[in-house]
Design a protein around this ligand. Structure first.
Ligand code: 0RQ
Length: 501
């Protein structure tokens, strides 16, 4: 059955090669896509070819590339490889794009995900020339059935001068009814409270809207999302998950959170997935997630009934997870709701619902400042993503990390972080395979002892303690947050010079 049943938009169906002529040098292009789900599958490659041809004629052709979050090698990857991107926002995990950013060839704006749409509306990013958005179907009245992510699609469709739609036959047609797109947002001073008081409450429409007059092309595709494999949890992830689960049980026993916990947010990656897997063997039941990404671990919990429902903005499944979801899609309807990322990550909602946030990190310092984004101060890894949206506003926040990286050469715990994403004022609980540091209500010096003793690897503990003690002795009249300024970043300097801390 045709996926494009709107008479007006049927007339715009064309090939990617023709559609891509709508994108010109210097354009800002807002693409769909979030953690490898729902990104356009045909236009980026056609655009790559157009850019390479222009460059071979000696012409300049680069675009500003805006998305929901990370995409895939056949979106970010091909455009980076063509040298066709001048600026990028708000989150990227593609290695080719990362390399260009770190070489200074692409200007990267690492915005909080909850900010990216509203900063567009505030006029901070300039004009959006073209939106390229993947959908599952176009209805007779022109409404769009979203696919496996919503991300910033609503904003791109509304803000762009021209719209190119990709209708991907691979996206299940049964997606209709899985989405809740909020259309009540206004700009200050006219803003009103967002009336969402339960993670699964519907406050919007199941469809994306688009002005048909702006739709310059519709392209049909039939290609899968980039699905990331998950490795089975290793001993380190298991240990981290165990500490988190013990802590949550103790919080329930202390009466600070209910037995069904509070809505869960979980970052991407193997450690986060291991924590979710750990919940399956636990006594917790009737859980709910208010998160960004629905990964395999959450699908398992939905299947086992441990989690009753998930609100997110995107899928982030492995191939196996995707097949399981597609085979049983009707059983998930009403239990999975995909929202715009400005809603899935909204500080007002995260704080009202009392979310329990769990995210990865690069490093923390002994006082609890967390670096999620940079290696040795200057090289970007991925970006802050939604970690800041959730951390600052959560009821409880966790940062989860192996105690070392690079085969033990690098400590995840350092005297001073080389870049700060989450300040000591925000960070509550840090967990490594060795243990958990509950920092709530502690002064900086008390936090230092707890982080060093509970979380740092034994091979780095003596050096951290030595730093802490010498820093206290150096300026006894200034020990609120003791530091030796000439030494604080010496661990990173050593890493750069020798490959080890
Ligand atoms: O690099 O693969 O080259 O060895 O960093 O580290 O241990 O695989 O951990 O996949 O969970 O990623 C913070 C990057 C952790 C991620 C970060 C190296 C390490 C490896 C990855 P290699 P791991 P993870 C919701 C929430 C920000 C966004 C966020 C992230 C690579 O969690 O991007 O939280 N977070 N969003 O070797 C040098 C160190 C290192 C280090 C790790 N101290 N020094 N290298 N690495 N620690 C999702 C979204 O918002 C979309």
């Amino acid at each position: 059955m045709s996926r494009i049943t709107c008479p007006v938009l049927t007339t715009r169906v064309t090939t990617a090669e023709v559609a891509v002529e709508q994108i010109g040098p210097g354009d800002n292009v807002g693409m769909s896509g979030f953690t490898g789900a729902g990104y356009p599958k045909a236009i980026p490659t056609a655009l790559h070819d157009r850019i390479v041809a222009a460059h071979s004629r000696g012409e300049d052709f680069r675009i500003g590339l805006w998305t929901g979050a990370s995409t895939a090698p056949d979106a970010d990857g091909v455009l980076a490889e063509a040298g066709g991107v001048s600026s990028r926002l708000p989150y990227n995990s593609d290695p080719t794009m990362r390399d260009l950013i770190n070489r200074g060839e692409v200007d990267y704006v690492d915005a909080h995900l909850s900010h990216s749409a509203q900063h567009m509306w505030f006029g901070f990013y300039g004009n959006l020339d073209v939106a390229v958005v993947e959908v599952a179907a176009i209805l007779p009245n022109g409404l769009l059935v979203p696919g496996s992510s919503v991300g910033n699609n609503k904003t791109w469709l509304e803000q762009a001068d021209r719209v190119v739609l990709e209708v991907n036959h691979w996206q299940p047609r049964e997606f209709e009814g899985f989405h809740d797109v909020y259309y009540g947002a206004a700009l200050p001073p006219g803003r009103r409270p967002i009336q969402l008081t339960d993670p699964m409450e519907r406050i919007g429409d199941p469809y994306l809207r688009v002005d048909p007059a702006k739709v310059v092309a519709v392209v049909e595709t039939d290609r899968p999302d980039r699905n990331s494999p998950f490795s089975p949890p290793d001993a380190t992830s298991h240990a981290i998950a165990g500490h988190v689960l013990d802590f949550l049980s103790a919080e329930v026993a202390a009466g600070r959170i209910p037995p069904s916990l509070l809505p869960l947010q979980s970052g991407v990656g193997n450690v986060a997935n291991a924590v979710l897997a750990g919940l399956d063997g636990s006594d917790f039941t009737d859980l709910v997630a208010f998160t960004e990404v629905l990964q395999d671990g959450l699908l398992d919990l939905l299947d086992s009934g441990t989690v009753r429902a998930v609100s997110a903005t995107s899928f982030g499944l492995s191939d196996v997870g995707v097949e399981r979801f597609r085979d049983n899609i009707s059983s998930y309807k009403g239990r999975i709701l995909l929202r715009s990322e400005e809603i899935s990550n909204h500080p007002e909602l995260v704080r009202r619902l009392g979310v329990i946030a769990m995210n990865g990190m690069i490093e923390a310092d002994i006082y609890g400042n967390v670096n999620s984004t940079h290696i040795a101060g200057s090289a970007i890894m991925n970006g802050i993503g939604g970690s800041g949206d959730f951390t600052r506003n959560a009821f409880l926040n966790f940062f989860l990390t192996p105690s070392t990286a690079k085969g033990g050469a690098v400590s995840a715990f350092v005297p001073m972080v080389s870049h700060v994403d989450h300040t000591e004022h925000d960070v509550q609980i840090i967990v490594s395979e060795h243990g958990l540091a509950d920092l709530r209500g502690l002064s900086p010096r008390a936090r230092a002892l707890r982080i060093i003793t509970n979380c740092a690897d034994p091979s780095f503990r003596p050096a951290l303690l030595d730093y802490f003690e010498r820093a206290q002795a150096a300026r006894p009249q200034a020990v609120h947050t003791p530091h030796l300024l000439d030494e604080a970043l010496s661990w990173h300097q050593r890493l750069l010079e020798t490959g080890s801390m």
